[in-house]
Design a protein around this ligand. Structure first.
Ligand code: APR
Length: 308
């Protein structure tokens, strides 16, 4: 195929992203990890699924970044999960070290790529990638809002017993407890959910969305969500590769938009072949604006710790 996507980290999220890109025949896929054998084994397994999936995507697993050369898009999922006894700052510093190392190697071989960070804490890691890569902000686009919105859409569809295809949801802010699900802009067949659901039901959906990741961590016992995170990353990759000009909530480096400067925060953006082609500024109420600023402050606390 004439398009190439590299996925760094062949764990749960990375492997699921790679599989989905190959199944959809969006591009050839290179799966990279520091673990020896794991990316090679998973990639070969995926390649062997391709005849059944009717996909001619080539899938390669490797430990060598030279194989990622000239990727169109690079999805970064490499990182550690928080272990018992590890503080949030310990995890932040450890993942920052991984991300710096990965970014330097990615950029060396694919200086023109668009990078989609997925590693958590998402907004801070995206900012670290922007700083380390030296890329323009249009080419570093964090995956968070698409996932958070998908969770909210799933809950809206369940509540109203309607097709998920009829739902639309907007979640802004940092990827964490302070995210800002916007009920006013969330709709079913174009009708705002504020017209369809009680304030109590909306509140319940908003709270469940904000703690959507934690709900799954608790159920799994070890590890965190990966099916929906991978689907979200792939929707972004597809919008970029197909130059769809799709408006999606993504974490991007704001430069004064929404009154926020020099910080990655989730806002609606237009995704196309050039990456972020527009940042869409929507009017917020005073209350929504305050919630967004509070969420941005939570991201800033993390970027201050790792000094990016
Ligand atoms: N280079 C490449 N790969 C690395 C590196 C590195 N320096 N360090 C760790 N990895 C790999 C691990 O070997 C592992 O295979 O990253 C992979 C992470 O996979 P999982 O532990 O299964 O984690 P996953 O569930 O995929 O989540 C990855 O995405 O959604 C976020 O919070 C999540 O930050 C986490 C990331």
């Amino acid at each position: 195929m004439n398009r190439k996507v590299s996925v760094i980290g062949s764990g749960n999220v990375g492997a699921t992203v790679a599989r989905s890109i190959a199944d959809k025949e969006l591009a050839d896929v290179v799966l990279v990890d520091i673990l020896e054998g794991v990316p090679q084994g998973k990639a070969l397994d995926m390649l062997e699924a391709c005849p059944i999936e009717k996909s001619d995507a080539r899938v390669l697993g490797t430990n060598d970044y030279a194989d990622t050369a000239n990727s169109d898009v690079v999805v970064v999922t490499a990182g550690l999960a928080r272990k018992p006894g590890m503080s949030r700052d310990d995890l932040l510093n450890k993942n920052h070290a991984i991300i710096k190392d990965v970014t330097a190697k990615v950029v060396k071989h694919s200086p023109k790529a668009i990078i989609v960070p997925v590693t958590n804490p998402l907004d801070a890691m995206a900012q670290a990638i922007l700083r380390e890569s030296g890329f323009p902000r249009e080419r570093v686009i964090g995956m968070a809002g698409v996932l958070d919105s998908a969770r909210m859409r799933a809950f809206i569809a369940m509540e109203l017993n309607v097709s998920v295809e009829n739902t639309h949801a907007f979640v802004l802010g940092g990827h964490g407890d302070t995210m800002v699900p916007l009920a006013r802009y969330s709709t079913v067949a174009g009708i705002p959910i504020t017209e369809l659901l009680s304030a109590e039901a909306i509140d319940r959906i908003v709270k469940r969305t904000a703690s959507g990741g934690a709900e799954i961590v608790k159920l799994l016992g070890t590890g965190s969500a990966y099916y929906a995170p991978a689907s979200a990353a792939v929707e972004m990759v597809e919008a970029i590769l197909k130059d769809k000009k799709k408006i999606l909530p993504c974490s991007v480096f704001l430069q004064g938009e929404y009154g926020i400067r020099d910080l990655f925060v989730g806002v609606p953006v237009k995704l196309g072949a050039r990456g972020v082609e527009q940042i869409v500024e929507i009017k917020l109420t005073a209350e929504e604006d305050a919630a967004l600023k509070k969420s941005a402050a939570a991201v800033k606390e993390l970027t201050d710790v790792i000094k990016v």
